[in-house]
Design a protein around this ligand. Sequence first.
Ligand SMILES: [Fe+2]
Length: 201
Amino acid sequence: MEVKLVAVPEALPEKVYNTEKVGISKATHDAHLGLWKGYANKTNEIRKALAEMEIDPAAANQIYSQIRALKVNYAFAYGGYLNHSVYFHTLGGEGGPATGKAGDLITEAYGSFDRFAAEWKATGMGSRGWVYLGYDHEEQRVAIYAGDSQDTYPAWNNTLVLAMDVYEHAYFLDFQAARMKYIEAYMQAIDWDAVSARIPG
Ligand SMILES: [Fe+2]
């Protein structure tokens, strides 16, 4: 069985460093790139382990078993690879009110950008790790989801179009414990063109 592997770019997109003007530093991003690589490495390790595993369905167990460990941790590893990919590729823009297709869908779902921004910030303070904007293929609308991590509270049939990391490693160096200040800075650096480009159709 050929194992498909994932890879993180050697360097972050140059535009990511535009966030320095709102106070999110290069040092934060460079350390964060290392964490993103860790998710890619573990994704690949689990894919290989699954491909090479002698599978005995009778040995599987819901309390602890090799298949359980691989499956449960795969969602954390690959989810962390994917959500960091969206995080970095949608950073480094002008922020402010959403534009283009993203702006239209946000206005449709939330009535106004201000209402969306309030729910986005509140979700960032109410989550332990992530805030997600999903494009729901079922309803053809966007919605904000909370994620304590990459393997909690997702919804099926959504495409992830914007992802804000609120784990402390994303902001502590620059803002110490002032998470709201980081969220407000982040919102001044969203690349809405990149978000719109991720929306299907
Ligand atoms: Fe992160």
